[in-house]
Design a protein around this ligand. Structure first.
Ligand code: BV8
Length: 232
């Protein structure tokens, strides 16, 4: 890999699995007990705010019980030592990339440790439970909601992501099933602009056919080995 070059890394629930956070679509997955439409859509929030807030309160509380794993730590090392452009675009709403020490992180689907006012759009840090009807400190409307991008809502900072993909020399995907768009289409965008592409995943994904190379295995093994090779 000629250095320096521009790298975009997309992470999904699989990078946090070995930290103990459940993925979505595997056995024992987060949505196993729920239909996605029941917890991750604006309609669900309108129909049963208690259920949706409870779902995210439980996941926010779980953050205190887990630690970043070797894959998060390896990406944080890359963030510190890489001399080119680097952007970690995560679909995850946990804070494990940041707790591992990574700085160049973009949460395209929102964050558990943030709350959003559906009235004025204000976003504030939020660590504890978020009851429905919580009042916004800015506009005083009782419309604070989880700062989560639901299905049918536009992911955050898409222009910045698309710009980074257009300038990337290498696109790496870690721990995602490639089931959700527009994230699942990033590999095609990167390839279109001439980037090399690498998938690091426990099993083949819906996007594997689009990657120049797929390595199968746990992120805690594959990611540190890849970072060592890129930096050394
Ligand atoms: C939108 C909230 C448009 C956060 C989530 C085409 C183009 C654009 C949109 C669409 C389209 N087709 C359909 C759509 C609509 C929809 C969509 O994609 N539907 C799918 C189901 C077909 N997309 C949307 O609605 C998006 N919005 O497009 O808006 C728009 C335009 C204009 C104006 C307004 C709107 C919004 C998508 C965001 C939805 N929110 N969650 C949360 O609750 O956490 S999605 C949810 O799935 C999570 O965010 C998660 O990140 C995402 C993807 O899941 P993964 O991270 O991949 O997790 P998964 O369990 O699936 O897989 C884990 C993988 O890890 C597996 O492969 C496994 O093998 C691997 N693994 C496991 N253990 C390990 C491991 N790998 C390595 N090591 C291990 N140890």
């Amino acid at each position: 890999m000629p250095a320096p070059c521009n790298i975009v890394i997309l992470t999904g629930a699989g990078i946090s699995a070995e930290s103990g956070l459940a993925t979505f679509r595997g056995p024992g997955g987060l949505w196993e007990g729920h239909r996605v439409e029941d917890v991750c859509t604006p309609e669900a929030l309108a129909a049963d705010a208690e259920l949706v807030h409870r779902f995210y309160d439980a996941r926010r509380a779980a953050l205190a019980t887990v630690e970043p794993n070797a894959a998060h730590l390896a990406l944080a090392r890359l963030d510190r030592e890489w001399r080119g452009e680097l952007l970690i675009v995560t679909q995850n709403v946990d804070d494990l990339h940041e707790r591992a020490g990574a700085n160049r992180v973009l949460h395209m689907h929102g964050e558990l440790l943030s709350a959003l006012c559906a009235g004025c759009g204000e976003r504030v840090e939020w660590a504890g439970p978020l009851p429905p009807g919580s009042v916004c400190g800015t506009c005083m409307s009782p419309e604070m909601r989880p700062d989560i991008v639901f299905f049918g809502e536009m992911p955050y900072q898409m222009e910045r992501i698309e710009r980074a993909l257009g300038e990337a020399d290498l696109f790496v995907s870690v721990g995602t099933s490639g089931a959700v768009y527009p994230a699942a289409g990033f590999v095609q965008g990167a390839r279109y602009h001439g980037a090399d592409t690498l998938e690091l995943n426990l099993e083949a994904s819906a996007g594997s056919a689009y990657f120049a190379e797929t390595r199968l295995g746990p992120a805690s093994v594959l990611v540190p080995a890849w970072v060592d090779a890129v930096l050394d």
